[in-house]
Design a protein around this ligand. Structure first.
Ligand code: PMP
Length: 368
């Protein structure tokens, strides 16, 4: 706290990102980065962009990247918004589509699950947007009927995070339809959709209130580049531009624009590495289940696991001790779970072995 902070800053509760450890020997399975490198075409494009043109501002409309994304997803460039990672786009979208409780407005709360991406409540607080969390079922699935109430809008991550649980497209569209009648927006965060969930992109022409949000951080191996995009009706995209242009006209720099364009164009390379991630995920899931872990079915590039007979916190600490970094959320309902990103086959073999060792050690201690 400081006397110089205004009330807005005093009342913020910022998101805490997963650790980026300095110790490179750790096997890093804590922030859902892709274990494979970006496409060589992306590296080449970024290198080629590093020339004297950096003297000039980048294209504020991000035209070439948006055109490439539009071609890839079979939509119009005017239906694509480009941004500095999907976190930024989500922040803009909360500001653009959900009503703030300030200035006398009283809208119904925005809805999202009690267990989901923990940035959503942070954005809501930043913009003074009232929100209500809706409990997942006991098996961590979403019951869409719970969302069919008067609301200020809905945010769903598909697949959900940190559980990896997908929601069928029919359910997403049923929510879009319901909200359309109330003239409210449905934001579908598809950060991990490339690893196995059904995308809602092909329905944006049917539902003018449906915004899908995408990132290049996970499926395009570009967490370090900071690039994302949203797809939706032209009017939704225009609203996002109005928010952006009230903050910063140039959210994507020349290097990021060049790399992002090359990434959305190289479908073949990314299909191949993501196919490998999915195969590894299934193999690790089976191996852990055989060792007595509860592992949720995942459609993402991470798994959500509950170790046998140990608290999530202790298991996290034991993994770290043995050089593996996972993610533990000290939160009701999921405190006994860990989220583990899917790494290379080598890394995951080490992970499986270490899980076996730790489980054995806990068992031995318990029977002493
Ligand atoms: N949505 C979800 C569900 C995520 O897990 C993340 C990554 N933390 C993001 C959005 C943001 O990704 P980025 O800002 O790297 O595009």
């Amino acid at each position: 706290m400081s006397d110089y902070w205004n009330n807005r800053v005093k009342n913020l509760s910022p998101y805490i990102p997963g650790e980026q450890p300095k110790d490179r020997r750790l096997i890093k399975l804590n922030t859902n980065e892709n274990p494979y490198p970006p496409s060589p075409k992306v590296i080449e494009a970024v290198k080629n962009a590093a020339d004297e043109s950096l003297r000039l501002y980048p294209d504020p409309e991000c035209t070439q990247f948006r055109e490439a994304a539009a071609a890839r997803y079979k939509v119009k460039p005017e239906q694509v918004f480009a941004g500095n990672g999907s976190d930024e786009i989500l922040a803009f979208a909360f500001g653009a589509f959900f009503e703030s409780s300030q200035k006398g407005y009283k809208d119904a709360p925005v809805l999202f699950p009690d267990i989901t991406y923990s940035f959503y409540p942070v954005y809501a607080n930043l913009w003074d947007i009232p929100y209500k969390t809706v409990p997942l079922r006991d098996d961590f699935s979403i019951n869409i009927e719970d969302y069919k109430i008067n609301s200020g809008g809905i945010v769903i991550s598909n697949p959900n995070a940190p559980t990896g649980t997908p929601l069928p497209l029919d359910d997403i569209l049923s929510l879009a339809e319901y909200l359309e009648k109330q003239k409210k927006v449905l934001i579908v965060d598809e950060a991990y959709a490339a690893f196995g969930a059904q995308s809602a992109v092909s329905s944006i022409d049917k539902y003018p209130n449906l915004l899908t949000v995408h990132t290049l951080s996970k499926s395009a191996s570009l967490a370090g580049l900071r690039a994302g995009f949203a797809i939706g009706n032209e009017k939704l995209i225009e609203a996002l531009c109005r928010i952006r242009d009230s903050f910063n006209s140039y959210t994507m720099d020349r290097l990021a624009l060049a790399g992002a364009k090359a990434a959305v164009e190289d479908v073949e390379y990314y299909n191949e590495i993501n196919r490998r991630v999915i195969a590894t995920r299934e193999r690790v899931t089976a191996a852990l289940r055989a060792m007595g872990f509860n592992v949720l079915n995942s459609s993402a590039n991470f798994i959500f696991i509950k170790p046998p007979k140990t608290s999530g916190k202790d298991f996290f600490a034991a993994l770290r001790e043995k050089g593996i970094l996972a993610r533990h959320f000290n939160k009701e309902r999921i405190a006994d779970y860990l989220r583990v990103s899917v790494g290379t086959d080598d890394d995951m073999d080490k992970f499986i072995n270490v899980c076996g060792e730790i489980t054995g050690e806990f068992n031995a201690n318990n029977t002493k």
